[in-house]
Design a protein around this ligand. Structure first.
Ligand SMILES: [Zn+2]
Length: 339
């Protein structure tokens, strides 16, 4: 009888589900089961033997039943665990949204990485500037349109203002550092402009200033080409145009073929098929002189990139307001981390 109990125990251990355990129960304790048959067979035994065997078989039946009860309880709790595990797995299929860096921040870091590789130092500069560093030191004459009240946001006219361009950084760098140096600096600039799809009164620029003993426009073009390819891939189409900026001579403007219409012309590029990506040029000798740097010995180039446009082109954002807006639904863009 102990052998029989042992056998049931072993078979029950192999049982993995409740229906299987019911089948096994029928084999031993069901109407035609092994133990039920032993009880029935008692009837055909002589009275004395019946008295001796009867209680033993009843005890066997009880013990067998309690083995089944125990195993079935285990299986029920295992089933519950499996069910909750399955539920947990199905929940994990929809991962929580954890957010990501602002696209401008990602673009800044991406560009920083390139300039670090090119041997530049990265710095920060003040957003509140003086007229001297925002204009005078950059060769901006008193009657230049950029100085008019409708463009500049003054905190305390006529001297304290929010920088209208990151060229003020160029003036600060030339004043504070002795050449040779290669410096880049991302930051915000402010102009009293009407907000539209392509203009905002707050915008982001990326300023670069290089002063070496020998450097040429060719180095500037090479730097820009490396930068455009880094951000937009080797097939990017760019062009350089002659531009006038008072702090440089000659001045150039890099344009990128419009990512929205591929050069055909659309509202984003105002129908011309190209988007201005910034301004640059060889630093004007006057600007070097004002900062006490000898223009006979040193030369340099400077550039300012419109970071909003660089970011919009990278993430195919067609409205500049998206970058500073609070509407999350409006902020959707195909996100591709660059970090
Ligand atoms: Zn276009």
């Amino acid at each position: 009888m102990q052998d029989l109990l042992e056998q049931i125990k072993q078979e029950l251990d192999k049982v993995k589900t409740l229906p299987e355990s019911v089948l096994l129960w029928q084999k031993y304790l069901g109407k035609t089961g092994v133990i039920k048959k032993m009880i029935k067979d008692l009837g055909s035994l002589p009275a004395e033997e019946k008295r001796a065997r009867g209680p033993e078989i009843q005890e066997l039946a009880r013990e067998a039943q309690s083995l089944f009860d125990g195993r079935q309880d285990e299986l029920k709790s295992l089933n519950l665990q499996t069910a909750s595990l399955a539920q947990a797995e199905s929940l994990s299929l929809s991962p929580a949204k954890v957010g990501h860096l602002h696209p401008i921040t990602e673009t800044i870091r991406h560009i920083n990485n390139l300039f670090i590789r090119l041997g530049y130092s990265i710095m920060e500069e003040r957003e509140i500037e003086t007229d001297e560093f925002c204009f005078q030191r950059l060769n901006v004459p008193a009657d230049h349109p950029a100085r008019e009240m409708q463009d500049t946001i003054y905190l305390n006219a006529p001297n304290i203002l929010l920088r209208t361009q990151t060229s003020s950084i160029e003036a600060r760098v030339l004043q504070n550092f002795a050449p040779p140096f290669k410096i880049v600096c991302p930051g915000r600039a402010y102009r009293n402009e009407k907000v539209s799809k392509s203009n905002h009164f707050i915008f982001h620029q990326y300023q670069g200033v290089v002063v070496l003993e020998k450097v040429s426009l060719q180095d500037l073009f090479g730097t820009f080409t490396a930068l455009f390819r880094e951000l937009y891939g080797p097939d990017v189409i760019i062009r350089f145009r002659n531009k006038y900026y008072p702090e440089v001579e000659p001045g150039v403007g890099p344009d990128m073929q419009c990512f929205n219409c591929r050069g055909k012309g659309c509202p984003l590029c105002k129908g011309v098929g190209w988007i201005e990506m910034g301004g640059a040029g060889m630093i004007h000798p006057n600007v070097l002189s004002i900062a006490g740097i000898d223009p006979e010995k040193w030369m340099g180039f400077a550039f300012g990139l419109g970071l909003d446009r660089w970011t919009m082109a990278k993430y195919k954002i067609t409205d500049i307001r998206t970058l500073l807006g609070g509407n999350l639904a409006y902020k959707y863009y195909e996100h591709e981390s660059t970090l």
